[in-house]
Design a protein around this ligand. Structure first.
Ligand SMILES: CC(C)(COP(=O)(O)OP(=O)(O)OC[C@H]1O[C@@H](n2cnc3c(N)ncnc32)[C@H](O)[C@@H]1OP(=O)(O)O)[C@@H](O)C(=O)NCCC(=O)NCCS
Length: 177
């Protein structure tokens, strides 16, 4: 069955928050507490942040995946975490005119069928930003997908301050046409 992708308006995205949290939990195999945390963060960011964007993928009646993010602003939590290492690596300009890609998740049953690639391609082609930034598991399969779509490593061995949580920071940049 083919999938369709659509961009949600803010009220519809907030209404769908519990369903998207469920997809997040199943995709990431998380227990209840982090899923609750996902939902409250999603509601706050989508409700308040400039450029908040939510795309959903459906197959028939089922929502099988989503992507969300917003304008990257240096006062927000994640940019504060990454700014120093990104600048130290000589990539400071990546922090301007950028989209912060927070989540890309596809239900386990629908993984490997092109849904994640389609969500990401749609966002990169339609967004007004020059760049997109994300953090991913250095050892995860998603990293290959991001590379295939044109993301490059900015900081391969990033560690969140005060934790042992590792990530690879990746960026995509629009080519001059
Ligand atoms: C990563 C994810 C969003 C990709 O979406 P998808 O619809 O499965 O991906 P596509 O079918 O468009 O593309 C397949 C590619 O994605 C990558 N991939 C990552 N996880 C995968 C999975 N569980 N199954 C299949 N492909 C996966 C691979 O690079 C794969 O390419 P390959 O077949 O050459 O190995 C999705 O698999 C997912 O939600 N995984 C679990 C949660 C996660 O890791 N999210 C990303 C957080 S940064």
């Amino acid at each position: 069955m083919p999938h369709t992708i659509r961009r949600l308006r803010r009220p519809e995205a907030l209404e769908l928050a519990p369903r998207l949290a469920g997809i997040y939990g199943r995709a990431m195999r998380r227990e209840a507490e982090p899923v609750d945390h996902f939902e409250s963060t999603f509601r706050r960011c989508v409700g308040e942040y400039d450029g908040a964007t939510v795309l959903v993928a459906s197959r028939g009646e089922d929502t099988v995946g989503f992507l969300y993010g917003f304008d990257l602003q240096l006062g927000h939590w994640w940019p504060q975490q990454i700014e120093g290492p990104v600048r130290a690596a000589g990539h400071g300009h990546w922090l301007t005119e950028a989209f912060e890609l927070v989540e890309l998740q596809v239900t386990p049953e629908a993984q490997g069928l092109g849904v994640g690639s389609a969500l990401l391609s749609r966002q990169l082609s339609e967004m007004p930003h020059q760049r997109a930034l994300l953090a991913t598991d250095p050892d995860g399969r998603a990293r290959m997908l991001y590379r295939r779509i044109g993301f490059r490593d900015l900081v391969p061995d990033f560690v969140y301050a005060g934790t042992s949580y590792r990530a690879t920071l990746m960026g995509w940049e629009r080519r001059a046409s």
